[in-house]
Ligand binder design. Structure first.
Ligand code: ADP
Length: 458
């Protein structure tokens, strides 16, 4: 009896077929598996016959099914059903391939090279195709998947499987016949190792593809962000043009009209003074618009506001701001109340910037309050903060527009015909207050009035 017929060699092949499953590689989303243990099964055909080959295939497939179960232990009854099906299918395919192998070997003999090669290739093709068509049949019956669809998915694996199986099986048989135990080590191990490298290569490629996909997703979201920013810039540009065309036009038209009257008509001195005041007021409005645009431009550029801090009395500053807008209030017969505080409210801040904040809030209160209304301002401390309150009983801000009032170019729709403005003042105010680590809040009710409260750290 030739030594390879010893049961120990069969057991060794059986064990190798099981171990070789660690090299099995999933391709095309896991639907195709390339593995070399089928080469061991095929070698078993020529050494021990079709039945023994079926047993080796069953052992190997049981291992493969268990390895690929992963975390789905919870569904074990279904899993056992699946393992049974896979193993039965694989063992049947290998048994059929074995029968055909024996038949063609006897029929063709071993005279020519072709006669020696053909049974291996045929057995490999039969094993692969029986496996595949059994799978196709079951999937079609179970879930109605079209047979050709599965065939197209699996066709890539056919040449690889046939090559690995026939070459591996043939070489292993020669090696065992010639060198016994050593033959397995000399011929089979390199095959297993190359299959393992193939598996590593595929796994690494898959990982690289996943990383690439992640990168593409990241770049896509970056692009979406840039797009959003561009959209916002575009909106800003539209709003800016609206300010230029509408809000600057009104005071310019007024200057032109009144200046022409002064040029063409002989008016009493009193009327001349009145017209000049209107011209000056329009010029101030224009200057404020230009200043706001310049300021927002600087804030948008991301350069932090340059601070020139000094220690000063906020109460005194508020009083001087109130005095500078008294004329504006008087024109509208608005009662401008300034609540005197007993002691100074000393803060460390950039005085010019804080003056700008106060000026904006107080002049807004006058602008958006109808004739004969009341605007009251006061400042006090609560120990940690200096607080300024600017309160009016004017038009107020509708609740749905209140959350956006500090955004650039945001103006209450109903206020556009009431006063000329850019919608930039409050955005600048908020920015300046925050640059001082302070806070600004507003409470408002339509047709009842608004209260703006600024808190600055002491
Ligand atoms: P504007 O140049 O239009 O006055 P602001 O940024 O200073 O720009 O104000 C934005 C908008 O907030 C104003 O257009 C106005 O609709 C509203 N608003 C500001 N202050 C008041 C206030 N005291 N009462 C009612 N509405 C106000």
């Amino acid at each position: 009896m030739p030594s390879y017929e010893q049961p120990i060699i069969f057991l060794l092949l059986f064990t190798l077929a099981i171990l070789a499953q660690i090299t099995s590689t999933s391709l095309i989303g896991g639907s195709v598996t390339v593995e070399v243990s089928s080469a061991v099964s095929l070698a078993t055909v020529s050494l021990y016959g079709p039945f023994a080959a079926g047993v080796v295939a069953a052992g190997a497939l049981t291992t493969l099914s268990i390895i690929s179960l992963h975390a789905s232990w919870s569904g074990w009854p279904r899993a056992i059903e699946r393992i049974g099906f896979n193993v039965g299918m694989g063992a049947t395919a290998m048994f059929m391939a074995g029968i055909l192998f024996q038949f063609t070997t006897q029929w063709l003999g071993s005279d020519t090279m072709w006669a020696q090669l053909f049974p291996w290739i045929l057995a490999a093709v039969i094993n692969d195709q029986v496996n595949l068509w059994l799978l196709i049949g079951i999937l079609h019956l179970q879930s109605g998947v079209k047979p050709l669809e599965i065939w197209h998915q699996h066709k890539w694996a056919v040449p690889i499987n046939v090559l690995v199986m026939s070459v591996g099986g043939g070489l292993l048989t020669i090696a065992v016949r010639q060198f016994n135990f050593l033959g397995i080590a000399v011929f089979f191990l390199p095959i297993v190792m190359s299959a393992y490298s193939f598996r590593l290569y595929v796994t690494r490629t898959k990982r690289q593809m996943e990383e690439l996909e992640e990168l593409v997703a990241l770049r896509t979201s970056d692009l979406a962000q840039v797009n959003k920013e561009l959209e916002e810039l575009n909106k800003d540009k539209d709003a800016f043009l609206a300010v230029l065309t509408h809000d600057m036009r009104t005071p310019l038209t007024s200057i032109k009209g009144y200046a022409s009257i002064l040029r063409d008509q002989e008016l009493p001195r009193e009327q001349q003074v009145h017209i000049m005041k209107i011209i000056l007021r329009s010029q101030e409005t224009l200057l404020e618009i230009v200043n706001n645009i310049l300021e927002i431009e600087q804030l948008q550029s991301g350069t932090p506001a340059l601070m020139e801090p000094s220690t000063f009395d906020l109460a005194l500053l508020l009083r001087s701001v109130v005095e500078s807008v008294e004329a504006m209030a008087m024109e509208k017969k608005i009662c401008l109340q300034y609540e005197q505080v007993p002691s100074p409210v000393m803060i460390d801040a950039d005085m010019r910037k804080i003056a700008r904040v106060l000026m904006n809030l107080v002049s807004n209160a006058i602008k958006y309050t109808p004739e004969e209304g009341v605007v009251a301002v006061k400042t006090y401390t609560n120990g940690r903060y200096a607080i300024v309150e600017v309160k009016d009983n004017g038009y107020g801000i509708p609740a749905d527009e209140l959350p956006h009032i500090f955004e650039r170019y945001s103006r209450v729709k109903g206020h556009r015909h009431i006063a000329v403005g850019t919608g930039l003042g409050l955005a600048i105010v908020k920015n300046l207050v925050e640059a001082h680590k302070g806070e600004i809040r507003v409470t408002s009710e339509e047709d009842k009035g608004s209260t703006f409260t600024v808190k600055l750290p002491l």
